[in-house]
Design a protein around this ligand. Structure first.
Ligand SMILES: Cc1cc2nc3c(=O)[nH]c(=O)nc-3n(C[C@H](O)[C@H](O)[C@H](O)COP(=O)(O)OP(=O)(O)OC[C@H]3O[C@@H](n4cnc5c(N)ncnc54)[C@H](O)[C@@H]3O)c2cc1C
Ligand code: SF4
Length: 520
């Protein structure tokens, strides 16, 4: 490996992968440093009970693709590995509605909807977005719900980044005129969120990263960047020194590199953890807005669990359909593959109540009223076959902030009400859906006990602004007060999309990269 690069990219998720390909195409030498492991199709867990291959929990020796992080006010699901969140994600690529472009700290900087339109098209093409061709039982129940709410016209099959060739039949690259890797068709096994073992999911290692490597970009896995120091001058004009350490081996295995430019693409948790720490040491000029404007997409994850053991709700792509409940709210049907029943260990009935006592009272009342029903739900034969997850997402203003803690970040309420697990509209939809599904709604115990919501779409924290007082980066993703430094990942998202965000992260990074001139 070289020791000095034109660009070092921290993290290989959506922002990092797009940056790597576009910079390599422009003739720059590129190194991506990724904390997680390289995964090939046979490495993925068969079910999410294989915690070693599914979860990222290094202190237990688990080096999988899915990370769970709990803060005081929010539980966060995110991805780790070469390809970042694309390894664990549910492939869904919706485009946000108008209000995304006209809200938040970036709204006054550009006419974002027009500006980003060509980059959304490019992102869809690169990620291979295709309409899900096969609605399954859970999706058809959502369609029924839509009909009951007189919203059938707002129900749609999702656009997903999946190759729908002949199931399990390998063919030469169908997306990039043969320049990409060989691929196989989707089997509709529902296991996208434990990693696709059929080579059908268009994760980033099958498109952006693969093509970037063909052009000479280098990827080093299992290394965590822990420090970045400007070289020579304080503002980074002469580049940066980058320090990393092994994230998987017990023995020390430290590395050092130099780069003319650095791009932070470590996802919201990775980028903010690192930059909040560096603001107190080597990068003190970073904006005071760092860690502010954390967006949670106002999410609720509600399981609709059926008592009927003859059913199989696990078939289909992980997210097969979407309902636009109103212009700020979306509901999606999510599934895990057969045998993936990990979440059952944290299930409780969903109840309302402003404090713990009230919620516990309501929960015991429900359990005592239907002891047999709930007993059977907790011990269903195959939790994945008998349950559907309802993913509820909404655009509302957020009030969270991340600050540096002693060992890791802490969450803090900024102004206004804190994010809540109990969203009346989400509960109403879950009850309606479950009635049609002959099922009962259940939620994670963190929601019932602590009213702590969970999200798979944490965003913001390094938002755009017109100056350093307003934001951490400018409208071209350049970090204020530093030269040759950019942020391209979920932390740049400056307004709640109210839908799954990967397509937007890809499109905004495509735009930022399009502005960089070719080398020489
Ligand atoms: C279960 C699940 C399902 C999801 N489904 C969808 C979906 O259907 N559609 C959708 O749009 N979104 C979905 N998401 C969300 C999506 O995965 C994220 O929004 C997206 O991956 C964020 O992209 P990113 O560019 O911010 O970085 P990420 O994809 O999060 O990648 C960041 C990478 O940086 C690495 N990293 C972190 N710190 C360091 C460090 N210090 N040094 C080196 N490397 C580091 C991480 O290991 C990670 O690989 C889902 C998420 C989860 C968890
Ligand atoms: S449904 Fe199965 S085969 Fe299809 S993309 Fe998901 S994991 Fe791969």
């Amino acid at each position: 490996m070289k020791k000095r690069y034109d660009y070092i990219i921290v993290g290989s998720g959506f922002g990092g992968s797009v940056s790597a390909l576009r910079l390599a195409e422009k003739g720059y030498s590129v190194l991506i440093i990724e904390k997680g492991k390289w995964y090939t199709k046979d490495d993925f867990a068969k079910t999410n009970w294989n915690l070693k291959r599914w979860l990222w929990l290094p202190s237990f020796g688990f080096y999988g693709i899915m990370k769970m992080t709990f803060y005081k006010h929010i539980g966060i699901l995110s991805g780790t590995g070469v390809g970042g969140g694309s390894l664990v994600y549910a492939n869904t690529l919706p485009k946000p509605k108008k209000s995304f472009y006209n809200n938040g700290s970036w709204a006054h900087l550009l006419q974002w909807e027009n500006e980003l339109a060509p980059f959304y098209s490019e992102a869809k093409k690169m990620l291979g977005a295709t309409k899900n061709p096969q609605l399954e039982e859970g999706d058809l129940i959502l369609k029924k719900l839509a009909k009951a709410r007189k919203q059938e016209h707002l129900f749609n099959a999702t656009d997903v980044s999946v190759f729908f060739g002949e199931a399990d039949e390998e063919v030469s690259d169908p997306f990039f005129k043969g320049k990409g890797p060989r691929r196989s068709g989707c089997t509709f096994c529902g296991a996208c969120m434990t990693g696709c073992r059929h080579n059908a999911k268009n994760s980033l290692d099958k498109n952006y990263l693969y093509l970037a490597q063909q052009l000479g970009a280098e990827i080093i896995a299992e290394q965590e960047v822990y420090s970045v120091i400007p070289l020579g001058t304080e503002d980074g004009a002469k580049g940066y020194k980058v320090f990393s350490k092994s994230s998987t081996k017990k023995r020390n295995h430290n590395m050092e590199f130099e780069a003319a430019h650095i791009i932070f693409s470590a996802g919201v948790l990775g980028t903010l953890n690192l930059l909040l720490k560096l603001k107190e040491s080597s990068l003190p000029r970073l904006s005071k807005q760092l860690g502010h404007h954390i967006l949670t997409n106002n999410e609720a994850l509600i399981f609709s669990v059926s008592k009927d053991s003859t059913r199989d709700l696990s078939k289909g792509v992980a997210i097969g359909s979407i309902l636009d409940v109103d212009d700020k709210t979306h509901l999606e049907i999510v599934r895990y593959g057969e045998g993936s029943g990990f979440w059952r260990i944290g299930m409780l009935p969903n109840v309302t109540g402003n404090n713990l006592l009230l919620r516990m009272g309501n929960m015991f009342a429900k359990l005592l009223k239907h002891p047999l029903s709930y007993g059977r739900l907790l011990f269903v034969k195959d939790f994945a076959k008998q349950s559907t997850v309802l993913l509820f997402m909404q655009q509302i203003d957020t009030t969270l902030q991340f600050t540096k803690g002693k060992h890791r970040m802490k969450s803090k309420i900024s102004n206004g009400p804190k994010p809540s697990a109990q969203i009346p509209l989400a509960y109403e939809l879950a009850e309606q859906y479950s009635r049609l599904n002959n099922a009962k709604p259940m939620v994670l115990l963190t929601e019932t006990l602590f009213n702590m919501p969970s999200t798979a779409h944490i965003l913001g924290g390094a938002v755009m602004g017109s100056n350093i007082e307003e934001g951490v980066i400018d409208s071209d993703n350049k970090v204020f007060a530093y030269k040759n430094m950019m942020i391209c990942d979920g932390s740049m998202i400056s307004s709640n999309p109210g839908v799954n965000p990967s397509l937007s992260i890809t499109a905004i990074t495509e735009r930022a990269m399009s502005i960089i001139p070719p080398k020489d």
